[in-house]
Design a protein around this ligand. Structure first.
Ligand SMILES: [Zn+2]
Length: 138
């Protein structure tokens, strides 16, 4: 079950906006993400809130895993979007692993717009991680 997250609290994706004005409408279906970056942010926030259904539903059928466990104790500490161009988003996500250590990784994700005209939606295809790094304070 996804956590109920108060709409007035700041969005976990780090946009500086409230959840209700940022990723919330993507999660409740009232405003599907219009760009790869908004989808990427909404997926990050879904990971942070344990919203397995949203993560799987926005995953391209050709690369979607059959199951996903978001209850392993990983905490999502922050997201930085470096660049969004065309169908790619370059970002760094910071995590706290179940064992307690902090970890951050940089990834370039690829997205694709699928569906019929009028019902088109962005989905996540895959991502290439590079520059794996330990979290550095500051
Ligand atoms: Zn957000």
């Amino acid at each position: 079950m996804p956590l109920a997250y108060p709409p007035f609290k700041s969005c976990p994706c780090g946009s500086g906006r409230s959840y209700g004005a940022c990723c919330g409408p993507a999660h409740d279906g009232s405003r599907p993400p219009a760009t790869p970056e908004t989808l990427m942010r909404a997926r990050y926030t879904a990971y942070a809130l344990g919203n397995v259904a949203f993560v799987l539903n926005t995953w391209h059928l050709s690369t979607r895993p059959t199951t996903l466990d978001l209850n392993d104790g990983t905490r999502y500490l922050g997201l930085r979007v470096h660049a969004a161009a065309g169908n790619t988003v370059d970002f760094t996500a910071s995590l706290k692993l179940p064992g307690g250590e902090r970890y951050s990784f940089r990834e370039r994700s690829r997205f694709e717009e699928v569906g019929e005209l009028g019902g088109r939606a962005w989905v996540y295809v895959d991502g290439q991680q590079y520059g794996d790094e330990q979290e550095v304070e500051g």
